[in-house]
Design a protein around this ligand. Structure first.
Ligand SMILES: [Zn+2]
Length: 257
């Protein structure tokens, strides 16, 4: 079994060093995970890696523009199916994968795990004790979250499952997955409390909260941070900890326990 990383040439504030495309090979068969944006040079490098191997499919973890747009054209060129959870803006799966699906590669297999949160259509792929995490967990940074309740549940789901390595969609491979997952859970819980604190201190909108809570984060990332804040707000509403009054957010007194 071999795992190879091919870095796409799309570095930036949202993508870190760029998107990691993963090639997984066993017994001469291979799949490509997250081919990335449409880019001829990157496409050429992926194709080079498949020479002498029998490609079986092109998989995407989710349909964001830095992961999926090359999937359909590449799959066509390789005469294999494109696999994903659901269609997206620049992606239309030939075969849909959901929780519990299996993709056989040579003598080994990928197990599909649905991990909504960063995006509703997000999948992780497990190969023995290695997990391809897409943007659910990234190397070296926190993640923009669309649905906080789902995101936290999708992290919990992976904890204590015997993983030994995380291969993310951006950044380097990570060992000690449970420690990494614990850091992500703690980070989100801390942000959750900081956001509630900011509302108590008078912040009345997501943008105002970002100014207070994300002071130490690059301003280029503030629009993404605002989306994560919105996701925290939805969860705070659901938890009955905040309300909205005349379009201003207000913290509610803690319920007696
Ligand atoms: Zn990404």
């Amino acid at each position: 079994m071999r795992i190879e990383r091919i870095l796409a040439n799309n570095p930036g504030p949202f993508t870190g060093p760029g998107t990691n495309t993963w090639l997984v090979e066993d017994a001469g068969e291979c799949v490509v995970i997250d081919p990335g944006p449409v880019d001829d040079l990157h496409r050429g490098r992926i194709l080079e890696q498949t020479v002498g191997r029998a490609p079986l499919g092109v998989l995407v973890t989710h349909t964001h523009s830095d992961h999926a747009p090359l999937a359909n054209p590449l799959a066509q060129e390789l005469s294999v199916p494109a696999y994903g959870y659901a269609p997206g803006p620049d992606f239309d799966p030939d075969l849909r994968l959901g929780e519990g699906a299996i993709v056989d590669i040579g003598q080994t297999r990928l197990d599909v795990i649905h991990t909504p949160g960063h995006a509703d259509d997000h999948l992780c792929f497990r190969l023995a004790d290695v997990l391809f995490t897409g943007d659910h967990i990234m190397g070296g940074s926190s993640v923009m979250v669309e649905d906080m309740g789902s995101y936290l549940a999708s992290l919990e789901k992976l904890r204590g499952t015997g993983l030994r390595r995380l291969n993310p969609g951006h950044g380097d491979e990570m060992d000690h997955p449970d420690e990494v997952i614990d850091w992500y859970l703690a980070h989100r819980r801390q942000r959750h409390e900081e956001i509630l604190e900011a509302i108590r201190a008078g912040a009345g909108s997501a943008d105002e909260i970002v100014e207070v809570v994300y002071q130490d984060v690059d301003r280029a990332l503030h629009p993404l941070a605002a989306r994560s804040v919105e996701a925290h707000l939805v969860l705070l509403f659901e938890e009955g900890r905040i309300a909205s009054s005349r379009h201003e957010l207000v913290a509610l007194p803690a319920k007696p326990t």
